[in-house]
Design a protein around this ligand. Structure first.
Ligand code: SF4
Length: 1019
């Protein structure tokens, strides 16, 4: 059997042996088989650099099987990965599951089942005279039953076998084969017709593991076909690091007619790092006794030949091996949190690139790069490092994907109002995106929860306005095709195209940056829809829910392909066949690298071992996970030619302790003191020091962090003429605005000029504001109509309460949708209790003043009274909550939902409380009366006494229940009114002149102002 096996540790020139042999036979157009896509490109470049541009084909095993099938005349339509998953899902659904029923409900079960099916199909059933054969359903059930017998496991294994059987039936029913079936057919056709292959030699390089299926292919080529097959394998007898490849070595060794065992060489390392890196490669995971006293010098290099010394050389060199430091060649990074770890790595990478290292000569290796992808994108992107990474995001996280999935949910009738908004907000969907904002406001105010209700609001505008929003008929079109899967898939594909092209309509736009993500999402969608369509046409079960579920589970590649001009951010497997000037192994944490073994929902390792014993069917095991992890770490540690950086975290992002990987201990055994010399970055290092800052922007941040923070510029007067003119021309203002200006002009600017509106109104504020006032107005006016009483008394309290409750219910009904939702109902209920207590308190009052005017409006549209001009020419308009009258004397009242202690007479000047004073002036001018009290009436709290100012001469007539400080003598009351008049005039003048400033002394921060971030007052 012409199979030549080339073994040796890392850097033993295995590639030279394999690729040298390949170049020598370039005239025969040999095939070079490598593990991954990136290896294909890399090896093509390497071969081209050595003159082998034409004649060599670099392929993966999948292509090799294709070549075998093509030459042996095997035909078949291969199912895509997605089609395969869909067929497995069908098989799972169709199977009569009991023991697996619960697991089958969990997300991820179908993916696990698909993996299991592939594992079965890659396994070897038997090695008969006709050659190796795959595991057919009958063989699987026979093996599983031989193990399970009639015991409690019988049901479990029957269900596993049923899923596999149904999968094979459905695959055949759809006229498809999967990759493994196709490969087995190709191998068996090749064995039957060996001449079909011709004489093409095959070389396999870069593998550390082969599936039984791949071994069967190599065996068929080297055996019945009889072409030369050269396979390299990382292997060194007795080395701990290669335990994981022992099984593969045994298989290949049994097939090989020739074995070439190569020794470690140090030639590949940069001279300045040679001793250290070679020492690491030789010593990693080896017992100290094997190398510490081996008599080699520190470099492990034979001084005579310059070649690496092996254990066979032990004893002939007399220089004792001393512990060496890692020096520049092997370093450790220790960080607090993932971001700091990536920042440390990025800073070092940047420094290498600036020193002339090509980006393609640097690798950042992570056991699983996926969880790091986003942080790497942020940090490497900010530092301007070109990098490649296999990054995938859910389709629903892309603009096109989010929009399309939302459209499907709307069409399915399961969509929420947010789904409709997400669909409308897909870039390019609306020419006027403000319509979506308007819909959001309307939907929130309406309390619309479903897409259907939100759509009613949308359609309502179209009808009412006759312009603007247009009917969303595409939702109906998709919904109407629910029963026609193929047409539905075509319709969805059309919408995907529209959503993708929408933002670029009528533009010759070249996509770049993040825009490419949508192009990739569109491509992924297109491919998935085509796969589903093909399956539907072949009789596969494709329905609306399935389409939605399948598209919802898609992932989109958004990273960058590996290229020579980019730093490779990759897993150990992706870089195992290459060398780099510098390798950064990051994420060296317990549980991460080494990774724990994944459990299998179908058969555990123990089950698989017993099955092998009972039936002879050998299924792959996961138990040697640690050996595999050791091997992968060895791979990472041996890929660097000049510099190896090992990076770990000592804490997580929240400061919780994290345990670095014990692989670091293994390295430290060879280079003691590595950790003490580690470069560190803690969780608290939010910037670099200026000396270390890796980029201009980081330097600026570092310098800024060291500067004494200058106090923010205070808000100053309005300077723009146009703004001043707008302020002057604002016309009449409300008393609340005047009071707000007097209290703090910045607060006034935001609340009364800019007037931001919350998207979703706060139920409390809504209920406590106009709603409460309307209920009270109805209560008092109806009480007067029904009883003739203007005041609440103990006698009419019951009736007043009934009137109030009816008014409250009426107002809820009148406001309709805006009063929906549990928070709103709770707020209304709370108000109901507050008003009942208010009425009860009022009924105890002995006031001789009767409520005369409720919600007295002036200067407002449809108001009975005109606006009022006050001191300084200030024109005001608004509503006085209540005016109580006795003869020609009045008391004005303003209802407050919260406590009113802040509105005491003493606080009026210091806090700029002008509202009640202003109402007194307005009432006097409108009604021709004299105001003797300006009161703020609380609607909540235990102390229901009103606060404000009143003339002591009228205390008894007003009921007498006041806080002492609010009761002022006639002179004091007059002086306070004079102060108020002057303050109103000042406020009016300053308001017109735009004299803005913040007033921390009379700040309303705790009294309702929400804008401290605008005035930037430190408190
Ligand atoms: S927080 Fe105080 S000072 Fe700042 S704007 Fe509001 S009221 Fe004015």
């Amino acid at each position: 059997m012409p199979l030549k096996l080339v073994t040796g540790p890392a850097n033993a020139a295995k590639a030279g042996e394999v690729l040298g042999g390949l170049r020598a036979r370039v005239d025969e157009e040999p095939l070079l088989v490598v593990p991954a896509f990136e290896d294909v490109e890399h090896n093509q470049r390497e071969l081209a650099a050595r003159g082998a541009v034409f004649g060599v084909h670099v392929v993966r095993f999948k292509r090799l099987f294709g070549q075998i099938a093509g030459r042996a005349g095997v035909r078949g339509r291969a199912a895509s990965r997605l089609q395969r998953e869909l067929i497995v899902a069908d098989a799972v659904r169709a199977a009569d599951l009991d023991a697996l029923a619960e697991s089958a409900e969990r997300p991820g079960f179908v993916r696990a089942a698909t993996r299991f099916v592939a594992e079965i199909e890659r396994s070897l059933a038997d090695r008969s005279a006709a050659g190796p054969a795959m595991v057919e359903p009958a063989r699987l059930i026979q093996a599983l039953r031989a193990w399970a017998g009639d015991g409690p496991r019988r049901r479990h294994v029957d269900e596993i076998a049923e899923i596999y059987r149904r999968y094979r039936e459905r695959l055949a029913g759809a006229g498809l084969v999967d990759d493994e079936l196709y490969a087995w057919s190709a191998i068996s056709a090749l064995r039957e017709n060996p001449e079909s292959w011709g004489t093409t030699p095959v070389f396999a390089y870069g593998f550390d593991d082969f599936t039984p299926l791949e071994l069967a292919a190599l065996g068929a080529l080297a055996g019945p076909v009889g072409v030369d097959v050269v396979v390299s394998l990382p292997w060194e007898t007795g080395r701990e690091a290669f335990r994981a490849t022992a099984g593969t070595y045994a298989e290949l060794s049994g097939m090989a007619s020739e074995e070439v065992e190569l020794s470690a060489l140090s030639d590949f390392y940069a001279p300045e790092s040679r001793a250290t890196l070679h020492r690491l490669e030789r010593g990693l995971f080896e017992a100290e006794s094997k190398w510490a006293d081996s008599g080699h010098d520190a470099s492990g290099i034979d001084p005579a030949s310059g070649k690496a010394l092996t254990r066979a050389d032990s004893g002939r060199n007399t220089t004792a091996m001393r512990p060496a430091s890692g020096g520049e060649a092997v370093q450790v990074h220790l960080a607090g949190g993932r971001r700091a770890e990536v920042e440390l790595c990025a800073a070092e990478v940047l420094s290498l690139l600036r020193d002339g290292t090509a980006p393609g000569d640097v690798a950042v290796v992570l056991r699983d790069p996926r969880p790091y992808a986003s942080t790497i994108e942020q940090v490497f992107g900010a530092y301007g490092i070109p990098y490649s990474i296999d990054r995938r995001i859910p389709l629903r996280h892309t603009g096109v994907g989010r929009g399309l999935l939302a459209l499907l949910r709307c069409a399915a009738g399961t969509g929420s109002a947010d789904d409709l908004l997400a669909y409308l907000r897909t870039p390019g969907r609306l020419r006027e995106p403000i319509y979506a904002d308007r819909l959001e406001v309307a939907a929130r105010r309406d309390g619309a929860a479903t897409a259907a209700r939100a759509r009613e609001l949308w359609d309502g505008w179209a009808e009412r306005d006759g312009i603007g929003p247009f009917p969303l008929t595409e939702i109906d079109r998709v919904a109407n095709l629910r029963e026609e899967p193929e047409a539905l898939l075509d319709e969805i594909a059309r919408h995907a195209g529209r959503l993708f092209a929408g933002p670029y309509r009528r533009q010759a736009h070249v996509l770049e940056g993040a825009e490419l993500d949508d192009a990739r999402a569109f491509q992924t969608l297109g491919s998935a829809l085509r796969d589903m369509r093909a399956l539907a046409r072949a009789g596969g079960r494709i329905d609306f829910a399935r389409i939605e579920e399948t598209l919802g589970g898609l992932e989109v590649f958004v990273g960058e392909e590996a290229q020579p001009g980019r730093v490779a951010v990759a897993s150990p497997l992706a870089i195992r066949a290459r060398r780099f000037a510098a390798v950064f192994v990051c994420g060296l944490q317990e549980g991460e690298f080494p990774a724990g073994s994944a459990s299998d929902p179908f058969l555990s390792d123990a089950d698989r071992r017993e099955i092998a014993q009972a039936s002879g069917l050998v299924l792959p095991l996961r138990e040697n996970q640690l050996e595999r992890e050791r091997y992968l770490f060895y791979v990472c540690a041996s890929r660097a030619e000049r510099q190896l950086v090992l990076s770990a975290r000592v804490s997580g992002e929240e400061g919780e302790a994290e345990q670095p990987s014990f692989f670091l201990d293994d390295v430290e055994r060879i280079f003691p003191g590595l950790r003490e010399a580690a470069r560190r970055r803690s969780l608290a290092d939010v910037t670099w020091t200026p000396d270390e800052a890796p980029t201009e922007a980081e330097w600026e941040r570092a310098v800024a962090a060291q500067r004494q923070a200058a106090p923010p510029e205070p808000v100053g007067p309005v300077a723009l003429d146009a703004a001043l003119a707008a302020l002057r021309d604002r016309g009449a203002v409300s008393p609340t605005a005047v009071e707000r200006f007097a209290g703090c002009p910045v607060n006034w600017l935001v609340e009364d000029v800019l007037r931001p509106v919350a998207l979703e109104p706060d139920p409390e504020r809504l209920v406590q504001g106009a709603f409460a006032h309307d209920v009270l107005e109805l209560t008092y006016s109806r009480l007067r109509e029904q009883t003739g009483d203007r005041r609440i008394t103990e006698a009419n309290l019951g009736q007043a309460e009934a009137i109030m409750l009816a008014a409250l219910a009426e107002e809820v009904d009148r406001r309709g949708a805006t009063m929906r939702g549990p928070r709103m109902r709770a707020a209304v209920r709370r108000l109901e209790f507050q008003l009942l207590r208010h009425l009860a308190y009022e009924s105890t009052s002995t006031s001789e003043f009767e409520p005369e005017h409720l919600e007295l409006a002036f200067g407002l549209p449809d108001a009975e009274y005109p606006e009022v001009e006050l001191e300084g020419g200030l024109r005001v308009r608004g509503k006085i909550d209540r005016v109580d009258r006795r003869g020609d004397k009045v008391a004005v009242r303003d209802y407050k939902s919260g406590k009113v202690g802040d509105y005491s007479a003493a606080n009026w000047p210091s806090k700029g409380r002008l509202q009640a004073a202003l109402y007194m002036l307005v009432a006097e001018r409108l009604l021709g009366v004299e105001a003797v009290a300006g009161l703020y009436t609380p609607l909540s709290g235990d102390d229901r006494r009103p606060r404000g100012a009143l003339n002591a001469d009228f205390t008894e007539q007003l009921g007498g229940d006041f806080v002492g400080g609010d009761v002022l003598s006639g002179e004091e009351f007059a002086a306070l009114r004079d102060w108020a008049g002057a303050a109103i005039a000042t406020a009016a003048a300053e308001m017109g002149e735009g004299r803005l400033c913040s007033k921390p002394d009379s700040c309303a921060y705790r009294g309702g102002c929400s804008h401290p971030s605008i005035c930037r007052i430190e408190r």
